[in-house]
Design a protein around this ligand. Structure first.
Ligand SMILES: [Zn+2]
Length: 121
């Protein structure tokens, strides 16, 4: 509630929905999602520039080996419903992560799911 409310205050509802899940809809609430950062580049924590850091590049190259996918990859906002978040990892298991990666890196596409729907108000 606090995180989403912060973004609504900063950006308004429409933009907040691009960068933050509404309360009750966040993958973080499943226990399967993590936001990662790097103490060497704190200015890029939770920012798109994390993907350009050494840590971000390592995550992109190796997440699947450990069973994770970058849940909101670049260029997939129309499918995932969220802007690119190179720091947001979702655990799906090693076999599934490899399958998602081989299918282009978008979980919905790999699973044959439709694009993320708008929230029902
Ligand atoms: Zn996250």
């Amino acid at each position: 509630v606090r995180t989403y409310g912060h973004w609504v205050d900063e950006l308004g509802h429409a933009e907040a929905d691009r960068v933050s899940a509404r309360p009750g809809y966040s993958e973080h609430q499943t226990g399967l999602a993590w936001d990662v950062g790097d103490a060497a580049t704190p200015a890029c924590d939770l920012e798109a520039c994390f993907g350009d850091t050494a840590a971000g590049r390592w995550v992109a190259a190796h997440a699947a080996e450990y069973g994770f996918v970058i849940r909101y990859p670049a260029g997939a906002e129309d499918v995932t419903g969220f802007a690119h978040e190179p720091w947001h990892l979702r655990y799906v298991g090693s076999a599934e992560a490899a399958r998602v990666e081989a299918a282009g890196g978008v979980l919905e596409t790999a699973r044959g799911l439709p694009p993320a729907p708008d929230y029902a108000d």
